[in-house]
Design a protein around this ligand. Structure first.
Ligand code: SF4
Ligand code: FES
Length: 203
């Protein structure tokens, strides 16, 4: 048995599982953007951050993605501390800078306490991002990787992949050509967090 606490509530599980799932068992909702229950965790968006500390050293807490971190014996997990809220706000600010017009991102921002229409009222983090914003190519894609993972793990077609790093990172078909392996199943469009991918019938 694994014994641990989430927001002060004790919980006991027979098998290890993600902090996200364990929190759900207690009715604690943690926001997510790059997580899908049928796909492997990616830990990319960092919206699901929580604080976790070993029971033997509660002062050594660190921020971890709830979707990609497993519960352990004695773990002390906190899902709504000031540190957690600030970290989530910072990360949604990054995503808003990239995808300011994505309604899904704007909605998530509101849910975690960031007004997408009033970002200039933010503190130095907001100023920093506003300063950087002109250099960021706006796109609805937040690089959550759900499309890449569904194509690799469910349809096993590998018709999408990531290209480049940093600001130039994007999702493309291998070699930037429509992949021979693509069967047009639409799985990528189905899971896309921001409706960036749409399927069109070609006649
Ligand atoms: S295209 Fe959609 S599913 Fe793929 S990485 Fe971008 S936002 Fe995520
Ligand atoms: S949902 Fe956990 S890192 Fe994106």
């Amino acid at each position: 048995m694994i014994n641990f606490t989430i927001d002060g509530k004790p919980i006991q599980l027979e098998e290890p599982e993600s902090i996200l799932n364990a929190a759900k068992r207690l009715g604690i909702e943690i926001p997510t953007l790059c997580y899908h229950e049928k796909l492997s965790p990616y830990g990319g968006c960092r919206i699901c951050l929580v604080e976790a500390a070993p029971g033997s050293a509660p002062e050594r807490s660190k921020l971890v993605p709830a979707c990609a971190s497993r519960v352990e014996e004695g773990l002390i997990i906190k899902t709504s501390t000031q540190r957690v809220r600030e970290a989530r706000k910072f990360n949604i600010e990054l995503l808003l800078s990239r995808s300011p017009d994505s309604e899904e991102i704007r909605q998530t921002a509101r849910e975690i306490g960031v007004d997408p229409d009033n970002r200039s009222a933010l503190d130095s983090v907001g100023e920093y991002l506003l300063y950087r914003a002109p250099r960021i190519r706006h796109t609805k894609c937040i690089l959550c990787g759900l499309c890449v993972r569904v194509c690799a793990e469910i349809t096993e077609r590998d018709a999408l992949c990531f290209e480049n790093r940093g600001m130039k990172r994007r999702v493309v078909p291998p070699f930037d050509k429509v992949a021979d392996t693509c069967i047009g199943c639409g799985s990528c469009a189905y899971v896309c967090t921001t409706n960036t991918i749409t399927i069109e019938e070609v006649t």
